[in-house]
Every structure is written in C-alpha cells, then in structure tokens.
Design a protein around this ligand. Structure first.
Ligand code: GLP
Length: 248
C-alpha cells in the first residue's frame, strides 16, 4: 500500500480505512484473510497506534472486518444483499441464499394494541393484538430482532399452537388462509442499545437498520405491523430505481 497523504484535509485513519476497503473490494484481501494488525499499520504508515485502531474499529463496526481474540483481525464475508422491492418473508429471503432460517422466540403474548400499533393496524388502542418478539437467525447467527403485531381476531389460537420458530407468513397462509399482498415499509438507521447489541452479537452503538412494515391482505385489511432491526454490519438493502418518462 502506498504512503498516506499528510498534506490533504483527510484524516489519516480515514485514509488507512479507504486503503483497506479498496483492497477488500478489489479482491486483494479475501474473506478470512488476516489484515495488518494495529502495530503493523503503525509501522507501515507511520501513524499512531490510536489512528490505526480507529481505522480497524470502524471497518469492524461496518461489517468489513472481524476480530478474533488473540489471533488478529480478518476480512468478513460480504454483506447479505437484500432487495427492498418484494413482499417476502425472512424465511424466504434466507432460503433463497442457501442459508438455514430460524427464529428464537423471546416473547409471545396477547396485549392491548396501544397507540402506535393501533394507528398502524387501524384498530382501537385497547384491541387485543398478538405480540411476537423473535430473534431471527441464519445458519444459527443472529441477523435481526423482530417485533410483530397481528390483530388477535385474525389469528385465533396462534399462541396456543406452540412457538413460531418458522415462518409467520407461512402460518398465516396455511392455517389462517391469509395472504399478504402489499405493504408499506420504511427504513432508517438506529444505533444498537445494550439489549439489542447483546441479542444481535454486536457492540453497543453499532448501526442497525430499522424496517417498519405494515402489511395488508387482499381485502386491504392491515394484518401485521412489524419492527425489524437488521444488523447493519451484515445487511445491505438494494432497490431498483426507474426514471419516469415524464421526469422533469
Ligand atoms: C421479514 C420482514 C418482516 C416479516 C418477516 C416474516 O423479516 N422484515 O416484516 O414479518 O419477514 O418472516 P417469516 O415469515 O419468516 O416469519
């Protein structure tokens, strides 16, 4: 790697980060390869240990690198590319990638909707809803923390049939005859709090991608309101944009 530009207004750690990222993106550094240690970066670029550490820490929290205690820092596998266009389930998304989907049920209960859920589902604030909190797994690794709300009236007996460790969408279809046909979804970045960090195996403050989805069936009934917190270090959402003929 070439030396750093000391007279440019770009912080040194940022320049090191960019060099490492370039080597990862052009394939010189492959998943599983060890990258230079803090000490090696210090010697190679003539920077302080703190500068080297900042470059590695940022790349780690962005999911490009991972550390193994006592062994070093390595190049991570590329992020999961998730198209935002289709109304698909976590189970379908993982299967399509050849990953084994799973869920650990953290809570499953019937509660009163409350203001936010009521507004999303178009029901009264005291209306009963089934609240499912699940950690979504791919090949056993935590990928997302998901809280789903479904009006209790549309899924009678859901909580009695055992933990929803597989697809909720599939259960809706096969057991309740409900097929979701469209959804409105928003996406925003949020930092992981202590609980989310522990569940998702990331450090506190790591960026997470919060998707909120309200899905409806063919009769336009709101069926689910879901908040999914995806690991920002493992996911990259993509979307196709089409320029309209009449664009100004
Ligand atoms: C994704 C979506 C959620 C949806 C879930 C259903 O994770 N972000 O909004 O509720 O899929 O997945 P499954 O059918 O596997 O439970």
């Amino acid at each position: 790697m070439t030396s750093l530009g000391k007279d440019v207004p770009i912080p040194l750690y940022y320049q090191i980060k960019a060099r490492l990222l370039e080597s990862i993106e052009n394939g010189q550094l492959k998943p599983g390869d060890r990258v230079l240690s803090e000490r090696e970066l210090t010697t190679q670029f003539g920077v302080s240990r703190m500068t080297a550490r900042q470059a590695l820490t940022e790349l780690e929290s962005q999911g490009y690198l991972y550390r193994v205690q006592g062994k070093g820092t390595f190049v991570a596998t590329p992020k999961i590319e998730q198209p935002l266009a289709g109304l698909t389930s976590f189970t379908e998304d993982m299967r399509r990638r050849g990953l084994e989907p799973g869920a650990k049920v953290l809570a499953a209960e019937e509660v009163a909707a409350g203001r936010k859920v009521a507004r999303a589902l178009g029901c009264g604030e005291t209306a009963p809803v089934v609240r499912l909190e699940r950690l979504r797994l791919a090949g056993g690794d935590p990928m997302a923390l998901e809280i789903s709300h479904v009006p209790a009236s549309v899924v009678p007996g859901l909580l009695e049939r055992g933990p929803v460790v597989h697809s909720l969408y599939r259960i809706l279809e096969t057991e309740f005859g409900i097929r979701l046909v469209r959804a409105i979804q928003s996406l925003e970045a949020v930092p992981a709090n202590a609980y989310e960090a522990e569940m998702l195996h990331v450090r506190e403050g790591t960026p997470l991608l919060l998707l909120e989805r309200i899905s409806r069936d063919s009769q336009e009934r709101p069926i689910e309101f879901v908040r999914s917190l995806y690991r920002g270090d493992r996911y990259r959402f993509t979307t196709e944009l089409i320029r309209r003929e009449d664009a100004p």
